[in-house]
Design a protein around this ligand. Structure first.
Ligand SMILES: [Fe+2]
Ligand SMILES: [Fe+2]
Length: 348
Protein backbone atom coordinates (compact mmCIF):
# COMPACT_ATOMS: atom_id res chain seq x y z
CA UNK A 1 0.00 0.00 0.00
CA UNK A 2 1.25 3.53 -0.77
CA UNK A 3 2.32 5.30 2.39
CA UNK A 4 1.99 9.04 2.98
CA UNK A 5 3.38 11.17 5.82
CA UNK A 6 1.49 14.36 6.72
CA UNK A 7 3.44 17.06 8.57
CA UNK A 8 1.47 20.02 9.93
CA UNK A 9 1.45 21.84 13.26
CA UNK A 10 -2.32 22.34 13.11
CA UNK A 11 -4.09 19.26 14.31
CA UNK A 12 -7.37 19.93 12.48
CA UNK A 13 -5.56 20.10 9.16
CA UNK A 14 -3.54 16.96 9.90
CA UNK A 15 -6.65 15.01 10.75
CA UNK A 16 -8.72 16.31 7.85
CA UNK A 17 -5.99 15.46 5.35
CA UNK A 18 -5.49 12.05 6.89
CA UNK A 19 -9.18 11.29 6.73
CA UNK A 20 -9.34 12.24 3.10
CA UNK A 21 -6.23 10.35 2.04
CA UNK A 22 -7.23 7.25 3.96
CA UNK A 23 -10.55 7.33 2.17
CA UNK A 24 -8.59 7.26 -1.10
CA UNK A 25 -6.86 4.07 -0.03
CA UNK A 26 -3.54 5.39 1.26
CA UNK A 27 -1.83 4.38 4.45
CA UNK A 28 -1.22 7.60 6.39
CA UNK A 29 0.99 8.70 9.29
CA UNK A 30 1.00 12.15 10.84
CA UNK A 31 3.61 14.40 12.49
CA UNK A 32 3.06 17.69 14.32
CA UNK A 33 6.53 19.16 13.72
CA UNK A 34 9.57 18.94 11.50
CA UNK A 35 11.56 17.14 14.19
CA UNK A 36 8.86 14.56 14.68
CA UNK A 37 8.61 14.07 10.93
CA UNK A 38 12.33 13.34 10.64
CA UNK A 39 12.12 10.89 13.53
CA UNK A 40 9.35 9.01 11.76
CA UNK A 41 11.29 9.12 8.47
CA UNK A 42 14.27 7.59 10.22
CA UNK A 43 12.21 4.57 11.16
CA UNK A 44 9.76 4.14 8.29
CA UNK A 45 9.65 4.70 4.58
CA UNK A 46 7.03 6.64 2.63
CA UNK A 47 6.27 7.30 -0.99
CA UNK A 48 5.09 10.82 -0.32
CA UNK A 49 5.35 13.53 2.31
CA UNK A 50 2.81 16.36 2.59
CA UNK A 51 4.53 19.10 4.56
CA UNK A 52 3.39 22.47 5.89
CA UNK A 53 5.86 25.31 5.29
CA UNK A 54 5.14 27.52 8.24
CA UNK A 55 5.57 25.62 11.51
CA UNK A 56 7.07 26.55 14.85
CA UNK A 57 10.60 25.20 15.24
CA UNK A 58 11.93 23.67 12.06
CA UNK A 59 10.18 25.14 8.98
CA UNK A 60 8.96 23.00 6.15
CA UNK A 61 11.70 24.42 3.91
CA UNK A 62 14.29 23.12 6.37
CA UNK A 63 12.63 19.70 6.55
CA UNK A 64 12.81 19.10 2.78
CA UNK A 65 16.57 18.54 2.28
CA UNK A 66 16.76 16.43 5.44
CA UNK A 67 13.90 14.25 4.29
CA UNK A 68 15.56 13.92 0.88
CA UNK A 69 18.82 12.90 2.55
CA UNK A 70 16.96 10.06 4.27
CA UNK A 71 15.14 8.93 1.14
CA UNK A 72 16.11 10.36 -2.23
CA UNK A 73 12.99 8.92 -3.84
CA UNK A 74 10.36 10.41 -1.56
CA UNK A 75 7.88 12.69 -3.32
CA UNK A 76 7.26 15.92 -1.40
CA UNK A 77 4.29 18.27 -1.67
CA UNK A 78 4.44 21.49 0.36
CA UNK A 79 1.48 23.34 1.83
CA UNK A 80 2.01 27.11 1.63
CA UNK A 81 -0.05 30.12 2.63
CA UNK A 82 -1.81 32.04 -0.10
CA UNK A 83 0.14 34.89 -1.67
CA UNK A 84 3.46 33.39 -0.86
CA UNK A 85 5.03 32.97 -4.29
CA UNK A 86 8.54 33.46 -2.90
CA UNK A 87 8.20 30.52 -0.51
CA UNK A 88 6.73 28.40 -3.30
CA UNK A 89 9.85 28.90 -5.43
CA UNK A 90 12.05 28.31 -2.42
CA UNK A 91 10.48 24.92 -1.56
CA UNK A 92 10.74 23.76 -5.16
CA UNK A 93 14.41 24.59 -5.34
CA UNK A 94 14.92 22.89 -1.96
CA UNK A 95 13.77 19.66 -3.57
CA UNK A 96 9.98 19.54 -3.16
CA UNK A 97 8.04 18.03 -6.05
CA UNK A 98 5.07 20.40 -5.88
CA UNK A 99 3.16 22.82 -3.61
CA UNK A 100 -0.45 23.53 -2.77
CA UNK A 101 -2.02 26.74 -1.44
CA UNK A 102 -3.88 26.59 1.82
CA UNK A 103 -6.74 26.09 2.35
CA UNK A 104 -6.34 22.96 0.31
CA UNK A 105 -9.06 21.97 -2.12
CA UNK A 106 -9.42 18.21 -1.84
CA UNK A 107 -9.76 17.77 -5.59
CA UNK A 108 -6.49 19.66 -6.07
CA UNK A 109 -4.87 17.54 -3.40
CA UNK A 110 -5.97 14.34 -5.11
CA UNK A 111 -4.52 15.55 -8.40
CA UNK A 112 -1.26 16.74 -6.88
CA UNK A 113 -0.77 13.46 -4.99
CA UNK A 114 -1.41 11.38 -8.11
CA UNK A 115 0.95 13.56 -10.14
CA UNK A 116 3.73 13.45 -7.54
CA UNK A 117 3.46 9.67 -7.13
CA UNK A 118 3.46 9.18 -10.87
CA UNK A 119 6.56 11.34 -11.25
CA UNK A 120 8.25 9.42 -8.45
CA UNK A 121 7.57 6.08 -10.10
CA UNK A 122 8.94 7.37 -13.40
CA UNK A 123 12.10 8.66 -11.73
CA UNK A 124 12.69 5.35 -9.96
CA UNK A 125 12.16 3.42 -13.17
CA UNK A 126 14.43 5.73 -15.10
CA UNK A 127 17.18 5.37 -12.54
CA UNK A 128 16.75 1.62 -12.52
CA UNK A 129 16.99 1.56 -16.29
CA UNK A 130 20.05 3.84 -16.21
CA UNK A 131 21.74 1.47 -13.83
CA UNK A 132 20.85 -1.57 -15.92
CA UNK A 133 22.24 0.09 -19.03
CA UNK A 134 25.41 1.16 -17.26
CA UNK A 135 25.93 -2.34 -15.88
CA UNK A 136 25.29 -3.88 -19.27
CA UNK A 137 27.72 -1.52 -20.97
CA UNK A 138 30.37 -2.22 -18.33
CA UNK A 139 29.83 -5.94 -18.76
CA UNK A 140 30.07 -5.83 -22.55
CA UNK A 141 33.12 -3.58 -22.41
CA UNK A 142 34.89 -5.97 -20.06
CA UNK A 143 33.95 -8.88 -22.31
CA UNK A 144 35.25 -7.06 -25.38
CA UNK A 145 38.46 -6.19 -23.59
CA UNK A 146 38.93 -9.83 -22.64
CA UNK A 147 38.31 -10.95 -26.21
CA UNK A 148 40.69 -8.31 -27.52
CA UNK A 149 43.36 -9.46 -25.10
CA UNK A 150 42.81 -13.10 -26.06
CA UNK A 151 43.14 -12.18 -29.74
CA UNK A 152 46.25 -10.19 -29.02
CA UNK A 153 47.83 -13.09 -27.18
CA UNK A 154 46.87 -15.49 -29.91
CA UNK A 155 48.29 -13.40 -32.73
CA UNK A 156 51.50 -12.80 -30.82
CA UNK A 157 51.63 -16.53 -30.13
CA UNK A 158 51.36 -17.31 -33.82
CA UNK A 159 54.17 -14.92 -34.69
CA UNK A 160 56.24 -16.49 -31.92
CA UNK A 161 55.68 -19.93 -33.31
CA UNK A 162 57.10 -18.68 -36.58
CA UNK A 163 60.16 -17.33 -34.79
CA UNK A 164 60.67 -20.52 -32.82
CA UNK A 165 60.51 -22.50 -36.05
CA UNK A 166 63.08 -20.24 -37.62
CA UNK A 167 65.39 -20.27 -34.59
CA UNK A 168 65.09 -24.04 -34.22
CA UNK A 169 66.72 -24.45 -37.61
CA UNK A 170 69.73 -22.43 -36.56
CA UNK A 171 71.72 -23.48 -33.49
CA UNK A 172 73.24 -20.01 -33.24
CA UNK A 173 69.92 -18.23 -33.15
CA UNK A 174 68.17 -20.62 -30.82
CA UNK A 175 66.60 -18.82 -27.86
CA UNK A 176 67.88 -15.42 -29.01
CA UNK A 177 64.45 -13.76 -29.21
CA UNK A 178 63.36 -15.13 -25.85
CA UNK A 179 66.56 -13.88 -24.17
CA UNK A 180 66.31 -10.48 -25.85
CA UNK A 181 62.70 -10.24 -24.66
CA UNK A 182 63.71 -10.99 -21.08
CA UNK A 183 66.63 -8.59 -21.07
CA UNK A 184 64.68 -5.80 -22.80
CA UNK A 185 61.91 -6.19 -20.20
CA UNK A 186 64.46 -5.94 -17.38
CA UNK A 187 66.08 -2.87 -18.94
CA UNK A 188 62.66 -1.23 -19.19
CA UNK A 189 62.01 -1.99 -15.53
CA UNK A 190 65.45 -0.69 -14.60
CA UNK A 191 64.64 2.54 -16.44
CA UNK A 192 61.41 2.87 -14.45
CA UNK A 193 59.02 2.48 -17.40
CA UNK A 194 55.46 1.57 -16.56
CA UNK A 195 54.34 -2.06 -16.66
CA UNK A 196 52.50 -1.70 -19.98
CA UNK A 197 55.67 -0.45 -21.68
CA UNK A 198 57.76 -3.20 -20.06
CA UNK A 199 55.32 -5.74 -21.51
CA UNK A 200 55.50 -4.00 -24.91
CA UNK A 201 59.27 -4.47 -24.78
CA UNK A 202 58.96 -8.16 -23.94
CA UNK A 203 56.63 -8.59 -26.91
CA UNK A 204 58.93 -6.59 -29.18
CA UNK A 205 61.90 -8.67 -28.01
CA UNK A 206 60.14 -11.90 -28.87
CA UNK A 207 59.16 -10.70 -32.33
CA UNK A 208 62.03 -8.37 -33.33
CA UNK A 209 63.87 -10.71 -35.67
CA UNK A 210 60.94 -12.46 -37.33
CA UNK A 211 62.04 -10.87 -40.60
CA UNK A 212 65.21 -12.97 -40.60
CA UNK A 213 63.03 -15.72 -41.99
CA UNK A 214 63.42 -13.89 -45.30
CA UNK A 215 67.23 -13.64 -45.11
CA UNK A 216 69.46 -16.13 -46.87
CA UNK A 217 70.81 -18.63 -44.34
CA UNK A 218 74.31 -18.51 -45.71
CA UNK A 219 74.46 -14.83 -44.88
CA UNK A 220 72.94 -15.04 -41.41
CA UNK A 221 75.87 -17.11 -40.21
CA UNK A 222 78.58 -16.07 -42.54
CA UNK A 223 81.96 -16.38 -40.80
CA UNK A 224 83.51 -13.50 -42.77
CA UNK A 225 82.68 -9.87 -43.10
CA UNK A 226 79.50 -9.23 -45.09
CA UNK A 227 79.88 -7.62 -48.46
CA UNK A 228 78.00 -4.38 -49.01
CA UNK A 229 75.36 -6.26 -50.96
CA UNK A 230 74.97 -8.85 -48.23
CA UNK A 231 74.65 -6.18 -45.56
CA UNK A 232 71.92 -4.49 -47.61
CA UNK A 233 70.19 -7.86 -47.74
CA UNK A 234 70.44 -8.38 -43.96
CA UNK A 235 69.00 -4.92 -43.36
CA UNK A 236 65.86 -6.10 -45.14
CA UNK A 237 64.94 -8.24 -42.11
CA UNK A 238 63.41 -5.15 -40.49
CA UNK A 239 61.17 -4.43 -43.46
CA UNK A 240 60.27 -8.11 -43.93
CA UNK A 241 59.53 -8.42 -40.21
CA UNK A 242 57.16 -5.47 -40.29
CA UNK A 243 55.41 -6.95 -43.30
CA UNK A 244 54.97 -10.27 -41.53
CA UNK A 245 53.72 -8.53 -38.39
CA UNK A 246 51.42 -6.16 -40.27
CA UNK A 247 48.26 -8.04 -39.21
CA UNK A 248 49.25 -7.22 -35.62
CA UNK A 249 48.76 -3.50 -36.29
CA UNK A 250 46.98 -3.20 -32.93
CA UNK A 251 50.22 -3.78 -31.01
CA UNK A 252 51.41 -0.35 -32.10
CA UNK A 253 54.26 0.20 -29.63
CA UNK A 254 56.07 -3.13 -30.08
CA UNK A 255 55.93 -2.67 -33.86
CA UNK A 256 57.48 0.81 -33.50
CA UNK A 257 60.28 -0.65 -31.36
CA UNK A 258 60.88 -3.43 -33.87
CA UNK A 259 60.93 -1.01 -36.78
CA UNK A 260 63.76 0.97 -35.17
CA UNK A 261 65.75 -1.68 -33.33
CA UNK A 262 68.74 -1.12 -35.60
CA UNK A 263 68.81 2.68 -35.33
CA UNK A 264 71.93 4.11 -33.70
CA UNK A 265 72.09 6.91 -31.12
CA UNK A 266 74.40 8.86 -33.47
CA UNK A 267 72.14 8.40 -36.50
CA UNK A 268 74.33 5.85 -38.28
CA UNK A 269 71.80 3.00 -38.05
CA UNK A 270 68.89 1.88 -40.22
CA UNK A 271 66.22 1.85 -41.61
CA UNK A 272 65.70 5.62 -41.21
CA UNK A 273 68.97 6.83 -39.67
CA UNK A 274 67.11 8.45 -36.77
CA UNK A 275 69.24 9.73 -33.92
CA UNK A 276 69.07 10.46 -30.19
CA UNK A 277 65.68 10.93 -28.64
CA UNK A 278 64.04 10.70 -32.07
CA UNK A 279 64.51 6.95 -31.78
CA UNK A 280 61.69 5.52 -29.61
CA UNK A 281 63.13 4.65 -26.19
CA UNK A 282 61.83 1.10 -26.56
CA UNK A 283 63.84 0.70 -29.77
CA UNK A 284 66.99 1.99 -28.06
CA UNK A 285 66.45 -0.58 -25.31
CA UNK A 286 65.82 -3.35 -27.81
CA UNK A 287 69.00 -2.41 -29.69
CA UNK A 288 71.13 -2.72 -26.53
CA UNK A 289 69.51 -6.00 -25.44
CA UNK A 290 69.82 -7.43 -28.96
CA UNK A 291 73.48 -6.55 -29.34
CA UNK A 292 74.35 -7.77 -25.85
CA UNK A 293 72.69 -11.11 -26.52
CA UNK A 294 74.40 -11.48 -29.89
CA UNK A 295 77.82 -10.89 -28.29
CA UNK A 296 77.22 -13.35 -25.46
CA UNK A 297 75.95 -16.08 -27.81
CA UNK A 298 78.05 -18.45 -29.80
CA UNK A 299 78.28 -17.76 -33.50
CA UNK A 300 79.62 -19.89 -36.31
CA UNK A 301 82.60 -17.56 -36.53
CA UNK A 302 83.37 -16.90 -32.83
CA UNK A 303 82.91 -18.08 -29.26
CA UNK A 304 80.50 -16.20 -26.96
CA UNK A 305 81.87 -13.33 -24.87
CA UNK A 306 81.54 -13.41 -21.08
CA UNK A 307 78.92 -10.86 -19.87
CA UNK A 308 81.45 -8.43 -18.36
CA UNK A 309 83.64 -8.67 -21.45
CA UNK A 310 80.57 -7.97 -23.59
CA UNK A 311 79.78 -4.87 -21.53
CA UNK A 312 83.37 -3.68 -21.99
CA UNK A 313 83.08 -4.33 -25.69
CA UNK A 314 79.83 -2.34 -25.92
CA UNK A 315 81.20 0.58 -23.89
CA UNK A 316 83.16 1.76 -26.92
CA UNK A 317 79.88 2.36 -28.71
CA UNK A 318 78.11 4.33 -25.99
CA UNK A 319 77.04 7.60 -27.56
CA UNK A 320 77.57 6.06 -30.99
CA UNK A 321 75.34 3.00 -31.26
CA UNK A 322 73.89 3.17 -27.75
CA UNK A 323 71.93 5.65 -25.70
CA UNK A 324 74.20 6.26 -22.66
CA UNK A 325 71.22 6.02 -20.29
CA UNK A 326 70.23 2.63 -21.70
CA UNK A 327 73.82 1.41 -21.50
CA UNK A 328 73.94 2.38 -17.79
CA UNK A 329 70.77 0.40 -17.21
CA UNK A 330 72.30 -2.57 -19.04
CA UNK A 331 75.40 -2.47 -16.81
CA UNK A 332 73.20 -2.43 -13.72
CA UNK A 333 70.97 -5.27 -14.85
CA UNK A 334 73.87 -7.50 -15.94
CA UNK A 335 75.88 -6.77 -12.78
CA UNK A 336 72.85 -7.67 -10.68
CA UNK A 337 72.30 -10.86 -12.67
CA UNK A 338 75.91 -11.94 -12.14
CA UNK A 339 75.73 -11.11 -8.43
CA UNK A 340 72.57 -13.15 -7.95
CA UNK A 341 74.07 -16.00 -9.94
CA UNK A 342 77.21 -16.10 -7.77
CA UNK A 343 75.02 -15.86 -4.67
CA UNK A 344 73.40 -19.21 -5.52
CA UNK A 345 75.07 -21.81 -3.25
CA UNK A 346 77.16 -24.38 -5.10
CA UNK A 347 75.69 -27.85 -5.47
CA UNK A 348 76.98 -30.35 -2.96
FE1 LIG B 1 67.55 -7.37 -35.89
FE1 LIG C 1 68.19 -9.84 -32.83
Amino acid sequence: MTRILIVDDEETIRLALRKFLRSRGFEVEIAGSGDQALEILDAQSFSLMLCDVRMPGMTGVQVVPQARARDEDIAIIMLTAVNDAATATEVLSAGASDYLMKPVELADLQQAVDRALQKRTELIEKRHLDRLIREEVALRTAELEREKEALRRMSIGIAETLINAMEAKDVYLRGHSQRVAELAGQLAEQLGLDEALCEDLRVAGRLHDVGKIGIREAILNKPDRLTAEEFEHVKQHVRIGLEILQPLFHITQPLKFIEHHHEHWDGAGYPLGLNGEDIPLGARILCAADTFDALTSKRAYREPLEPMAALEHLRVDVGKQFDPRVYDALVRVITRRLASRSAVPAKR
